[in-house]
Write a protein that binds this ligand. Sequence first.
Ligand code: PMT
Length: 400
Amino acid sequence: MKLTGKTVVLGITGGIAAYKACELCSRLRKAGAETYVIMTKNACQFVAPLSFETLSNHPVVTDTFARPETWEVEHVALAKKADIFVIAPATANIMAKMACGIADDMLSTTVLATKAPVLIAPAMNTGMWDNAATQANAETLKRRGVHFVGPEGGYLACGDTGAGRMSEPEAIFDAICSMLCPVQDMAGLNVLVTAGPTREALDPVRYITNHSSGKMGYAVAEAARKRGANVTLLSGPVQLNAPEGVQVVDVTSTQDLYDRMMEYCEKQHIIIQAAAPADFTPLSFAEEKIKKDDDGNITFIMKQTQDVAQAVGKRKLPGQVLIGFAAETEKVNEHAKKKLAKKNLDMIVANDVTMPGAGFNVDTNIVTFITEDGMEDMPQLSKADVAEKLLDRALKLYRK
Ligand code: PMT
């Protein structure tokens, strides 16, 4: 049994998707996990605690009759027991409490106390999910290392259509398994990933850059690390925490990226280039801050930067797998295919950066995997899921 010896604490908050958590609880128990359920008061309006008591074979902790002083003992015990803490469904309310560190019931108190990895499966009305407050809370939680599965798009119980549906129990179960027992199919492989933008300085105070947040490349680096690879991440300036266990090498300009790449590329089995290096840099750097003049306009002469991916392609070693991304705004696949050939890549991941939910500075992407053998279109996926699918294909190419 896959999860024997593992303890899952499953938090249920008040939403119609609470009934789906019964199936999740049952799957967890069948897989051998000790499962302890905590339900909020509102969750008990949707599903009776007795259902989870029967499915988990443990008493369910609720707030209905609990006196606050009992939390002190119980929340710490469950928080410590957990190998993983899952909240499914997770309402906008619990996300907001988690983001602010509010502990006013058993579930919010326990999740605040736990040191276990936390996975949440949001479920709510699409307007609530899209609301700037919820999005900001989601960003905060992600930055702090909370894992998300979903929400999915589609028809919602309230009659609206859009993002907000809780992921299916099977997908949540898979996410739990991959967090608790990650496959180690990249063990022993050296993987280099590039991420983020570059900055091309005009003078001591100004630079030219682009909208890359680094999220795509960081997701790839983190996924490769979890699968056992030795990961080196060449990162442009971003606002992200270094993924655990990954060697991060900071770069600023495209020339820096080129220099570091030349230093590291020969040791790598797989190189994945998700960075958005500037293609142009000022012809000359002004040593002093450029002053305004009466003319009102200014002209900069730019020169092309090194094409890092092309340089790596030229010195590709036998057996090495090279993967690039293509950020396009029109004729996406046509342009991407040209880059595949020109940069001597084994695969290129094309994304139309004008599409909502794709490209720069969002948590999802819509990509097409292109090799010389064909193309595969992917639906909108989280960047973490794109990373997993990319790595599956990278491994196949490596073992070919
Ligand atoms: O960082 P995020 O906010 O998560 O956004 C993700 C992303 C949009 C940056 C990512 O999905 C993406 O598309 N990355 C590639 C961006 C890019 O530079 O695309 P390109 O089509 O211009 O370049 C093609 C390939 O050549 C890329 O692998 C790029 O890293 C590489 N390149 C480009 C220019 C250059 N001077 N040297 C390079 O090596």
